[in-house]
Ligand binder design. Structure first.
Ligand SMILES: Nc1nc2c(ncn2[C@@H]2O[C@H](COP(=O)(O)OP(=O)(O)OP(=O)(O)O)[C@@H](O)[C@H]2O)c(=O)[nH]1
Ligand SMILES: C[S@@+](CC[C@H](N)C(=O)[O-])C[C@H]1O[C@@H](n2cnc3c(N)ncnc32)[C@H](O)[C@@H]1O
Ligand code: SF4
Ligand code: SF4
Length: 346
């Protein structure tokens, strides 16, 4: 098998000539929330077998892989989960990753509940940016969307803790579900306008196989844009980089910016340069992939960095994923094998 993996020295490109620049690392598949659009309580009862310690990559294994990815052109890392702050000693990992040559940006996506405890240490370790998830300011709606595990006050406390620790503007992710939290969109905009933080509305996606996704529960970004712009006029901004996921708008009155992530109504696969590493060491080349390439075995069987690098490059060069652009071709009623969102992060 070793001989079948060709050695490559140049940064890989996939079949659509997309490079590999971002690595999203899921550090743990557990979560303290049960958001119905990601890890619905009824599908994952208490006894669900999440990964045990031995199955998860160690910090040393993650760091080794990150260094190999950096050698292939990755310069951005995002830590995610599950809930990344449930992974013990996360600042230790951040410190290791921050030392890797070529990694210019380390960010984390979290639900924020544990952030007040760790914000200072994460900042000191070299974490540069934080994205927090916040689906509603309404206490009851928030609770419902956390699967009755979280309180909106905890996220507001997390935002304050991040500010105190010196993280500047945060990104705030809100997944909008028709008839659930859509009525609270304007309240969220009003709350975060004219602050350093950037609110982004995400179209509810059909990730995984168990969130019971239905097209009519998606609130198209265009609809939200119209509602928000009717109250606070907006003008489009350029994407900072072609492979960014959010469409950006600025408030004409100087109240900062907001974003829309429209994977359902305006897919952005064309520039997708994101690889995902699950907590058990599988490489996924798409959020909607059915299976991942097992890097943990290579890490644990004594393979050299060169061999692992060649395997990753080979995997990437065979990549032809563009699920969101092909979503419309899915046969109604069929759900193919697909990795779950909590297993690889967003
Ligand atoms: N379909 C699809 N959705 C994605 C992809 N990447 C991110 N998303 C969605 O967009 C959300 C926001 O992604 P983030 O990682 O928070 O934001 P980001 O703008 O990519 O982050 P930076 O560019 O690092 O600032 C995720 O939670 C997903 O819901 C992707 O490759 N495909
Ligand atoms: C999987 S979570 C992992 C990190 C952390 N637990 C959190 O919630 O921020 C990352 C992001 O994915 C988003 N997400 C999860 N399921 C989604 C879905 N079905 N559609 C769109 N976004 C989703 C969440 O809102 C969150 O912002
Ligand atoms: S979206 Fe984040 S907080 Fe919610 S269940 Fe998924 S991993 Fe947990
Ligand atoms: S659907 Fe897959 S290929 Fe398209 S943007 Fe998302 S992760 Fe990238």
């Amino acid at each position: 098998m070793a001989a079948s993996i060709p050695l490559r020295l140049e940064p890989p490109q996939d079949r659509y000539r997309r490079g590999l620049t971002d690595l999203r690392i899921s550090v743990v598949d557990r979560c303290n929330f049960r958001c119905p659009y990601c890890l619905p309580e009824d599908q994952y009862p208490e006894h669900h077998a999440f990964l045990d310690k031995q199955a998860r990559l160690s910090f040393e294994e993650i760091t080794r892989l990150a260094r190999i990815f950096a050698g292939l052109g990755v310069h951005k890392i995002r830590l995610t989960g599950g809930e990344p702050l449930l992974r013990r000693d996360l600042p230790v990992l951040v410190r290791q990753l921050a030392r890797i040559e070529g990694i210019a940006d380390i960010a984390m996506t979290s639900n924020g509940v544990l952030l007040p405890r760790f914000a200072g240490d994460l900042r000191a370790a070299g974490l540069q940016r934080i994205t927090l998830s916040l689906d509603s300011l309404d206490a009851g709606v928030f609770r419902q969307l956390s699967g009755n595990r979280g309180e909106v006050a905890e996220v507001l406390a997390a935002i304050a803790a991040a500010e105190r620790a010196g993280f500047g503007g945060l990104k705030l992710n809100c997944v909008v579900l028709r008839g659930v939290n859509e009525a609270g969109v304007l309240d969220l905009v009003e709350h975060f306008r004219a602050t350093p933080h950037v609110l982004r509305f995400i179209e509810y996606m059909d990730v995984g196989t168990l969130n019971g996704w239905q097209r009519d529960r998606v609130v198209p970004s265009a609809e939200l844009l119209e509602r928000i712009a009717a109250r606070w006029p907006l003008s489009p901004l350029r994407r900072a980089h072609s492979h960014d996921v959010a469409e950006r708008y600025r408030f004409d009155d100087g109240g900062g910016e907001i974003g829309f992530i429209s994977s359902v109504t305006a897919p952005f696969c064309g520039d997708c340069s994101r690889a995902r590493l699950s907590a058990d060491g599988k490489l996924y080349t798409c959020l909607f992939a059915g299976s991942g390439f097992d890097l943990r075995s290579l890490l644990r069987d004594g393979s050299s960095d060169e061999r692992i690098s060649a395997a990753i490059a080979d995997c990437w060069s065979r990549r032809d994923d563009r699920y969101s652009e092909q979503r419309a071709l899915q046969r109604a009623g069929t759900v193919e094998e697909r990795v779950e969102m909590f297993a690889i992060g967003g």
